[in-house]
Design a protein around this ligand. Structure first.
Ligand SMILES: Cc1ncc(COP(=O)(O)O)c(C=O)c1O
Length: 396
């Protein structure tokens, strides 16, 4: 039976890491996979996370099942972290389910939408994180795109975006990156978010917000302002939260799906469906990451220490953005100031797939074929080499 299967083409993002590992050049630079890297090029475990984990493991007396919707403490803490201490005024209207990472939360949300309105259309930004397509489409939803980024101008195509959203049919779903857009790093400003919230409410669209980089853009409050604004503007909203990056627990698979419902009765019904849908997908989410996050957020000392490290991560990324923008501008005589305005780990360079391949083969610099770079992979030690190497292609 299995002979019917043909080989899977290499994953565009994971394939870059594999090629980087094989390269023996001492000059090689990895700007591919989307994980945070510190000054030493390592992906660290925050101190507070490590301590919470040690304390939890020492105190744990059972590993019995929890529930299909996961850890109640974690769900409540992450909902507050995202929506604010007043839960955007929507306390009682929330249905929460822990999920295996932000990816699991996206998949669970897609299942919920498919249950509520089979074959609904989800509109994603052009471009978007490649995995959005199979995660949402795999549940049976239809996919479409809205304009988001102009590669010619290296800037947001806000006109195109708002026009398209304003013409969508009532009930369609709109996937939005809450902050730190992947792959472009290009976010909306507060005025633009307000305009989007107004269109979503007026056109009765269902927003699905993807919050994968909370705290890595500006800070925890400013990064979540989009979610809180939209939560006040529309009756129904889905939010997929990932704790992978901001807590440094990528492989623990920790995320939350928060669904804001039209009233508490609906929230109860939706919670029941989330539990049942989770049961058919993964039965129960993994516990350790969620238990760690719950502990970090609920113990003031750990929370404070985590916030210090998170602030350092965001500041480091933004510092590297400035450095890279200045060096590229100097090396090419072109303005790369837009890299400074963007947020989160990613930016997209104006390079064709052929140029990306040449930069890799001739200069040992690795990025995804769409020229997405992980800014956290830039090192002040090799910035001159990086900028002059990239400039050979950027000037063409
Ligand atoms: C935009 C976006 N959403 C969601 C995720 C999912 O993260 P995870 O499933 O690892 O928590 C990622 C991870 O790269 C992402 O970039």
């Amino acid at each position: 039976m299995l002979e019917t299967l043909s080989p899977v083409p290499p994953d565009p993002i994971l394939g870059v890491s594999a090629a980087f590992q094989k390269d023996t050049s001492p000059l090689k630079i990895d700007l591919g996979v989307g994980v945070y890297k510190d000054e030493a090029g390592k992906t660290p475990i925050p101190r507070a996370v490590k301590r919470a984990e040690q304390e939890l493991l020492a105190a744990q007396t059972t590993k019995a099942y929890l529930s299909p919707v996961g850890h109640p403490g974690f769900n409540a803490q992450v909902a507050e972290l995202t929506l604010g201490s007043d839960l955007a005024g929507r306390r009682g209207e929330l249905a929460l389910a822990q999920a295996p990472g932000g990816s699991g939360a996206l998949r669970l949300g897609a299942s919920l939408l498919q249950l509520a309105r089979p074959g609904s259309t989800v509109h994603v930004s052009d471009p978007t994180w490649a995995n959005h397509i199979p995660l949402l489409g795999g549940a049976g939803l239809k996919l479409a795109t809205y304009p988001y980024y102009s590669a010619e101008r290296n800037a947001l195509d806000f006109e195109g975006m708002i026009q398209k959203l304003g013409a969508l049919p009532e009930g369609d779903v709109v996937l939005l990156h809450a902050c730190c857009h992947n792959p472009t790093g290009q976010d909306l400003d507060p005025t633009q978010w307000a305009a989007v919230a107004e269109v979503l409410a007026r056109r009765r669209l269902i927003p699905f917000l993807d919050m994968a980089y909370h705290g890595l853009g500006e800070d925890l409050d400013r990064d979540a302002a989009s979610v809180r604004l939209i939560a006040k503007a529309v009756p129904e909203l889905l939010i997929a939260v990932s704790c992978s990056k901001n807590f440094g627990i990528y492989r623990e698979r920790t995320g939350l799906l928060a669904v804001l419902c039209n009233g508490s009765t609906q929230a109860g019904i939706v919670t029941g469906h989330l539990g049942r849908a989770a049961r058919t997908l993964w039965s129960m989410p993994p516990d350790l990451g969620a238990a760690i996050v719950d502990r970090v957020l609920s113990q003031p000392e750990l929370r404070q220490d985590w916030m210090v490290e998170l602030t350092h991560m965001a500041q480091r990324i933004n510092g590297l953005r400035s450095l890279l923008a200045d060096k590229l501008s100097a090396a090419t005589d072109t303005d790369f100031g837009w890299i400074k305005q963007q947020r989160g780990m990613f930016s997209r360079l104006p390079l064709s797939p052929e140029q990306v391949a040449r930069v890799r083969d001739q200069h040992h610099i690795y990025m995804t074929p769409d020229a997405r770079i992980n800014v956290a992979g830039v090192s002040p030690n090799s910035i001159e080499y990086l900028a002059t190497s990239l400039a050979t292609e950027l000037r063409r």
